[in-house]
Ligand binder design. Structure first.
Ligand code: ADP
Length: 301
């Protein structure tokens, strides 16, 4: 559905996309991850033919981009990071007006609206005004709107940023349903739990370079020890210097929390017994651990 080969893009002296290649097969959810400024948006804009690359080849739904970008975009849905619904129209009108951009007749649009509103859980809001919708409803409407042209591929920029947990779960549920139907999704997100839950494959980008591209589970298993012990509380730094560093395969102190990555956590846990000032959390390694290992803990932007 999407093939990117040796993509390069430069703004002035800064090469913001450096030799990026990846492939997204049909029916998969692909996550493009990276800190702010990594080059994710630029990469996706190149894929959609909205930004002209300096070098590389892109094929979207079998069509070369940017040469046939307009044609490709007719078969693609886009959910931007910020909802840009038209406040002058109702929920239904927003869908119809958007469908008309794709050359659909009013009748075709109307025929699709009911199904899309059902899909988005907005059937009872068909005639509501946009300002009357919650943030979660707006997001779901934007998703429904992106589906009006029955796209083969959906591009989503941070689909759940700003949503409360209930609304996030509902959006996840809808996205999973789309993949089950055989649609292809390309998304960016800062939420590693979201990527781990939804994506068949993730690519991690930093400073314009694609560092890794793999399925979340094998990536976590390869990069991170299976058990993580997080320790915090009064005296954590002394404990870290005395035991944490020595008894972990890899350990770091970030702020007031020690992160200890272990194959066998038992010796480490023994040193915490009777240490009433310290709190410890034992958990499985996750995608956020991989992300922080590969891109570092330094703040961006
Ligand atoms: P991300 O989406 O990962 O946060 P972007 O692709 O938005 O990253 O940006 C990558 C880099 O390119 C950043 O340093 C950003 O400032 C720069 N950049 C993005 N768009 C432009 C532009 N139109 N002109 C100049 N610099 C840009």
């Amino acid at each position: 559905m999407l093939n990117v080969e040796h993509l390069h893009k430069r703004y002035g002296d800064l090469e913001v996309v450096r030799d990026v290649s990846f492939h997204v097969p049909e029916g998969q959810c692909f996550g493009l991850l990276g800190p702010n400024g990594a080059g994710k948006t630029t990469t996706l804009r190149c894929c959609l033919g909205l930004t002209q690359p300096d070098a590389g080849t892109i094929t979207l739904v079998g069509l070369p981009v940017p040469q046939k970008a307009r044609e490709a975009r007719m078969r693609v849905g886009v959910v931007p990071q910020f909802d840009n619904l038209d406040p002058d129209f109702t929920v239904t009108e927003n869908l119809i007006v958007y469908g008309r951009y794709f050359g659909l007749s009013r009748r075709e649009c109307e025929a699709r609206v009911e199904r899309l509103l059902d899909f988005a859980g907005l059937a009872d809001k068909a005639h509501a005004r946009i300002e009357a919708l919650s943030g979660g409803m707006k997001r779901r409407l934007t998703l429904a709107r992106a589906m009006i042209n029955d796209p083969q591929v959906l591009f989503m920029d941070e689909p759940t940023t700003g949503l409360d947990p209930q609304a996030r779960h509902l959006v996840w549920d809808r996205l999973k349903a789309l993949v089950t139907q055989g649609r292809t999704i390309v998304l960016t997100t800062h939420f590693m739990d979201e990527a781990q839950r939804l994506c068949d494959r993730v690519a991690i980008m930093d400073h314009g370079v694609l560092i890794t591209e793999e399925a979340p589970r094998p990536l976590i298993e390869r990069e991170i020890e299976p058990v993580v012990i997080e320790v915090y509380g009064d005296g954590v730094e002394d404990w870290f210097q005395a035991h944490g560093k020595a008894l972990s395969s890899r350990a770091e102190l970030a702020g007031d929390t020690a992160f200890c990555y272990c194959n066998d956590p038992e010796p480490l846990l023994k040193t915490l017994e009777g240490q009433n000032e310290l709190r410890a959390l034992r958990r499985a390694a996750n995608l956020e651990d991989v992300f922080l290992k590969l891109t570092g803990r330094d703040l961006r932007d």
